[in-house]
Ligand binder design. Structure first.
Ligand SMILES: O=C1O[C@H](COP(=O)(O)O)[C@@H](O)[C@H](O)[C@H]1O
Length: 224
């Protein structure tokens, strides 16, 4: 188990380098496999990585893209992670990728989780997993201290679970069994607060610091 920490001089360098690394790993995988899968975070941080990645010259028609997690809102809603993806990743060359939308339009995320688990199973192990993290050490929609997170981190958890223990809208998230066995795992964080949070997380229980569950073989990309 190796945690590689890469520090960049600025966020632009981080975004360019990480996008190139992800594109290289997908392309290398496609040399010996017919398909590849890419699982990415939403939130405020990864947009610039997506902008570069979307222009990468690889056979996107063989790549399935999926989010780590989604807020249970329509795809045009300002809080939708899909909205970010459609604007920054699933455009240019990457528009040819297959996109598995975690927001199904069902009234409740619970109504969709079994169907989504079945749709995700053929994509495993994920070829490339990019994670984000909040300053509270949550990743995907696995939030510290909740019973839902404890369940989602169990080895026999369903691949996808509804999340209710958040103050805004309900969510849906991939769980540990879906996220933990990726071939390549990256974490992108920016700012001193998140770096300090990641350092704290390394000595904590994953239930209280969910990112800790994914700090096995991982490359952490950080810039101020
Ligand atoms: O709510 C979410 O937060 C995390 C971190 O987001 P950021 O805005 O601090 O970059 C993100 O990884 C996750 O996908 C998202 O739904």
């Amino acid at each position: 188990m190796t945690l590689e920490f890469v520090e960049y001089p600025d966020r632009e360098m981080l975004s360019l380098s990480l996008a190139n690394r992800i594109a290289g790993q997908l392309a290398q995988h496609l040399r010996t496999n017919p398909t590849a899968s890419l699982c990415v975070p939403g939130g405020t941080t990864p947009g610039p990585v997506f902008d570069t990645l979307s222009g990468s010259d690889l056979d996107w028609s063989q790549v399935s893209v999926i989010l780590n997690d989604e807020r249970w809102v329509d795809g045009e809603h300002v809080r939708s992670n899909s909205r970010l993806l459609h604007r920054h990743l699933l455009t240019g060359n990457a528009a040819a990728a297959s996109y598995i939308d975690l927001y199904t339009g069902d009234a409740r995320p619970e109504d969709a989780s079994e169907r989504l688990s079945a749709a995700i199973r053929p994509l495993l192990p994920l070829t490339v997993l990019l994670l984000g993290m909040g300053t509270d050490m949550h990743t995907a929609s696995l939030f510290p201290g909740s019973d839902e997170t404890a369940l989602a981190l169990m080895p026999d958890a369903p691949l996808v679970m509804a999340v209710r223990s958040v103050k805004d809208e309900p969510r849906i998230t991939l769980t540990a069994p879906a996220l933990q066995k990726a071939i390549h795992t990256h974490l992108m964080i920016t700012g001193a607060d998140k770096r300090a949070a990641l350092e704290r997380a390394q000595a904590m229980d994953p239930k209280d610091a969910p990112i800790r569950a994914f700090l096995g073989d991982i490359t952490v990309h950080w810039a101020e």
